[in-house]
Design a protein around this ligand. Structure first.
Ligand SMILES: Cc1ncc(C[n+]2csc(CCOP(=O)(O)OP(=O)(O)O)c2C)c(N)n1
Length: 662
């Protein structure tokens, strides 16, 4: 058997596992695995550094299948290479309930899947973050411990999505030379030929952002290998445009959209078996080819051993720190530093905007948690995410801890996911809350993947004032609360801000959004409590000695209004209590008893929040009073806006009295 024969048979093993699995599932996407099998075979058998027996080895190369619909390409590879999580049974169960082989690759379903892909372009964005993380870690721990590539297989769809522009221009700027994107240039998407909608010169586009670009016949293994070798030597990130035929080998459907996302059907499969000379039964991989793949799976075993040796030779402190950060544990000094600061806040009772409060808290965190990587989407001075400890990362110097992500919210959030997935770092960043809409798809994926990424989102309501309704979040609290496994925090003062930061950092299994104000807020928590009250999601901030006739629920900046209303009601002889609600999600996680106690039995329940009502009926019921927004905001000084929209102490007091008939 010549090398070429062997290559082709190995690639055909991928093709037919994909064909057979899609056929059996009666759904899926055979076209991409069939077209990209040659690329994948070359990459995984000659270049990729990985160890199926230690799939989470920190110095492995990362492979991101950005075109996630081609999931059977990845599953076939993982099975063929000997990854334990991907047995032949899993391949046969493609797309079935409980299988690791979900319709699109899902992070956490099995070792070997580096990220969840499917929403096109996200993988490319994640890969930029992974490559950033590699360079950051390599700068910190040295090339002996951290030296790996990030490879991406992207389709036309990934490159058409807007996120690709943000991702590639950031990567080009940062000179991420160990990022190698292979574009499956098959000219086909779902509606037909790509040329019906796009005529971009992709290579010119990437080149314009500082990329090295190459083009290659994606079915010529020698040419593919040569291109990857060139890419590895580049001082810039590389795009390899690989011309392929979608559905390669299918006699009537190859090169057409028909093979993109539907089973081939028995007749076409028989024709493909004949055309590619693959006389084997469905799911059968001849033993010599399976052996060849399994041998390929061992190819980096030595590199892994060498790495272990180098690691063992590192000094004890470096080893311990490297392992701690990769495990995701926070350092020893963190808890005490936060507690000391919390005590200080109780004594000093500062009045400040929660965005400033966040900066102050970050100053404490960044001093003791060296693995945080900050940033902002060009709003550093507004988001207050930069502290004294965080020098900027520049194309030539990755010793810093602050990334100027530029005006690229989506690219930023996708890159943060990649940084978190890479491991060893805790990414946080800043943006305006209103533009959570610009990065929501990546935030959702962070939640789905259970990744610790922290989004500081300032200017969280009409309280931002003059910038007006284009910049004033109204529905965003509800929209973010709607994402499962995302903790959305709206702290009311500096102590709550500190507590919400603690909760964000300490939650290893999901992302957090901190919604913070532009306007000043007083300290509402008057005494030092070691307990993290925000951990309960909602808690009684001001209780009433008598049975309360009125309970006022509020979040963030409106807790001050609730407290002022409480004072006035009390003075009027009306017993009232105030519940601060920094997080709906954490409240729901409490016991039924706790929730019932916090909600209480006051005949009058009022919620105050400078957003829409959606979600608040949970606290106040259908017949509760909501003091908030019903439509878009307006442009004016913020105090006028609160008056204009009737979100005031007076409105709360009047509503309470009216309900009580007082
Ligand atoms: C953001 C997003 N929009 C739409 C889709 C639905 N979709 C899945 S694959 C695809 C076409 C992708 O074309 P291409 O990348 O060329 O893949 P190929 O046809 O080569 O498999 C579309 C529109 C998606 N997965 N993600």
């Amino acid at each position: 058997m010549t090398d070429l024969d062997k290559h082709q048979r190995m690639a055909n093993a991928i093709r037919f596992l994909a064909i057979d699995a899609v056929e059996q599932a009666k759904s899926g996407h055979p076209g991409l695995p069939m077209g990209a099998a040659d690329i994948a075979t070359v990459l995984f058998t000659e270049f990729l550094k990985f160890d199926p027996t230690a799939p989470n080895w920190s110095d492995r190369d990362r492979f991101v299948l950005s075109a996630g619909h081609g999931s059977m390409l990845l599953y076939s590879l993982l099975y063929l290479l000997g990854y334990e999580d991907f047995s032949l049974e899993e391949i046969k169960n493609f797309r079935q309930l409980g299988a690791r082989t979900a319709g699109h690759p899902e992070f956490g379903h099995g070792a070997g899947i580096e990220t969840t892909t499917g929403p096109l372009g996200q993988g490319l964005g994640n890969a930029v973050g992974m490559a950033i993380a590699e360079r950051l870690q390599s700068t910190r721990f040295g090339g002996d411990l951290v030296d790996h590539y990030t490879y991406v297989l992207a389709g036309d769809g990934c490159l058409m999505e807007g996120i690709s522009q943000e991702a590639l221009s950031l990567a080009g700027h940062l000179k991420l030379n160990k990022l190698i994107v292979i574009w499956d240039d098959n000219g086909i998407s779902i509606d037909g030929k790509v040329e019906i909608t796009d005529s971009t010169d992709q290579q010119a586009r990437f080149a314009a952002s500082g990329w090295n670009t190459l083009s290659v016949d994606g079915h010529d293994p020698v040419a593919i290998a040569a291109a990857i070798r060139q890419a590895q030597a580049s001082d810039r990130p590389t795009l390899i445009a690989a011309k392929t035929t979608i559905g390669f080998g299918a006699p009537t459907k190859a090169g057409t959209a028909k093979v993109h996302g539907a089973p081939l059907g028995a007749e076409e499969i028989a024709g493909t078996r004949a055309a590619l000379n693959w006389p084997h039964e469905p799911f059968e991989v001849p033993s010599d080819i399976l052996d060849a793949w399994r041998i390929a799976g061992l190819r980096s075993a030595l590199a892994h051993k060498d790495w272990q040796k180098r690691f063992a030779e590192a000094d004890a402190e470096t080893r311990a720190e490297f392992e701690r950060r990769n495990r995701g544990d926070l350092p020893a000094g963190y808890a005490a530093a936060m507690m000391d600061y919390k005590k200080k806040l109780a004594e000093e009772q500062p009045t400040m905007a929660t965005r400033k409060a966040s900066e102050a808290v970050l100053g404490v965190i960044n001093e003791v948690v060296p693995e945080t990587i900050g940033g902002s989407a060009d709003l550093t001075g507004s988001n207050n995410t930069k502290t004294a400890q965080t020098a900027p990362v520049t194309p030539d110097d990755f010793s810093g801890r602050y990334i100027h992500y530029g005006i690229r919210e989506h690219g930023m959030a996708a890159a943060m996911n990649g940084i978190a997935l890479h491991g060893g770092l805790v990414p946080y960043s800043g943006g305006f809350l209103i533009f959570s809409d610009y990065c929501r798809p990546s935030i959702r994926l962070a939640a789905l993947m259970g990744q610790r990424v922290i989004h500081v989102m300032t200017h969280d309501s009409i309280g931002l004032g003059e910038d007006g309704p284009t910049h004033q979040p109204v529905e965003h609290f509800a929209a973010l609360r709607a994402i499962p496994n995302l903790n959305f925090f709206r702290p009311a003062d500096i102590t709550e801000t500190l507590e919400c930061w603690q909760l964000s950092l300490e939650n290893r299994n999901g992302p957090s959004v901190l919604a913070l104000t532009r306007q000043n807020l007083p300290s509402l928590r008057k005494t030092f409590e070691e307990d993290n009250f925000c951990a309960r999601g909602a808690y009684v901030l001001i209780d009433s000695e008598d049975d309360a006739a009125v309970t006022i629920f509020a979040s963030g900046s409106e807790v001050e209004i609730a407290a002022d209303a409480h004072k006035e009601l009390t003075e009027a002889g009306i017993a009232a209590r105030v519940v601060s609600v920094p997080s709906f999600e954490l409240f729901e996680a409490q016991s039924d008893d706790y929730k019932a106690a916090v909600i209480g039995t006051s005949p009058v329940k009022i919620a105050v929040e400078a957003g829409i009502r959606m979600g608040w009926d949970r606290f106040i019921g259908n017949d509760g009073v909501f003091v908030g927004m019903t439509g878009f905001g307006a442009s004016a000084p913020y105090k006028q806006l609160y008056e204009h929209f009737g979100i005031t102490k007076e409105a709360v007091v009047a509503a309470a009295k009216e309900k009580l008939g007082a």
